[in-house]
Design a protein around this ligand. Structure first.
Ligand SMILES: Nc1ncnc2c1ncn2[C@@H]1O[C@H](COP(=O)(O)OP(=O)(O)OP(=O)(O)O)[C@@H](O)[C@H]1O
Ligand SMILES: [Mg+2]
Length: 216
């Protein structure tokens, strides 16, 4: 499905990823590792937001290394920002409708409302994104991602900066995504928080894959 093949990344002389190879075979792969180990860089490279210094990204046996992030969203590879980046001056519904625009079709407003309901933010559809709390922004970010009808969702530390209550809500949503059969690649500092969600794990340290727990 998705293959990362011998990817390295160097910023100036700082080698951030060293010959990283992994494969998303099943549904949900957790990528675990300490600060600065290269998790976000790897996810950004898969999303097309960053170019690898060498190596390839394959999706359905096609080399997508040279495709930009927008093209990858069209293919179904969508990145959820660690710090959500909605259009703050637009409403919640407008933000989700923009996500829907990537696919043709009608009833964009209805589709967006349905997604807001699923994410539990339908009471906020007319609120401007700038008034949302951290937890609500995270749910909006996930709604925006779902609106693009993704095949693979790339989630960079989805629980970071959330309190316990909001982390629990986000976890419930990710479990719901799992039941809906979305494929996901999720980063986290520690294994424990992803235990119920991921089917498999890789551990990354200083830019190198150290350990496969179970292949995901
Ligand atoms: N745009 C950039 N320019 C230069 N160096 C960068 C850039 N992005 C990341 N780095 C460096 O790459 C290394 C890995 O960073 P990355 O953000 O991928 O790690 P991470 O595992 O996501 O860390 P964290 O757990 O803190 O989010 C760090 O040393 C960081 O300083
Ligand atoms: Mg990171």
């Amino acid at each position: 499905m998705l293959v990362v093949k011998n990817v390295s990344k160097t910023y100036n002389s700082n080698v951030v990823l060293k010959d990283v190879s992994l494969e998303l075979k099943k549904r949900i792969l957790g990528i675990v590792g300490p600060n600065s180990s290269g998790k976000s860089t790897l996810l950004r490279i898969i999303a097309g937001l960053e170019k690898p210094s060498c190596g390839k990204i394959l999706f359905r046996d096609k080399d997508i290394t040279r495709l930009n992030a927008n093209k990858r969203v069209e293919l179904g590879i969508v990145y959820a920002f660690q710090i959500p980046r909605p259009f703050y001056r637009l409403t919640v519904l407008e933000n989700v409708m923009i996500g829907c625009l990537i696919r043709n079709g009608e009833n964009i407003r209805e589709r967006a409302i349905k997604i807001c309901k699923m994410m539990g933010i339908d009471h906020l559809i007319n609120a401007k994104a700038k008034v949302l709390s951290q937890g609500e922004l995270k749910l909006l970010e996930l709604a925006r991602v779902i609106a693009t009808e993704p095949e693979i969702i790339l989630l960079d530390e989805p629980f970071a900066a959330l309190d316990k209550k909001n982390a629990k809500v986000v976890k419930e949503k990710l479990l719901e995504f799992k039941r809906m059969n979305y494929r996901m690649l999720i980063t986290a500092h520690r294994f424990k928080i992803l235990r119920d969600i991921a089917d498999g794990f890789v551990e990354i340290k200083e830019g190198k894959i150290r350990r496969y727990h179970v292949e995901g």
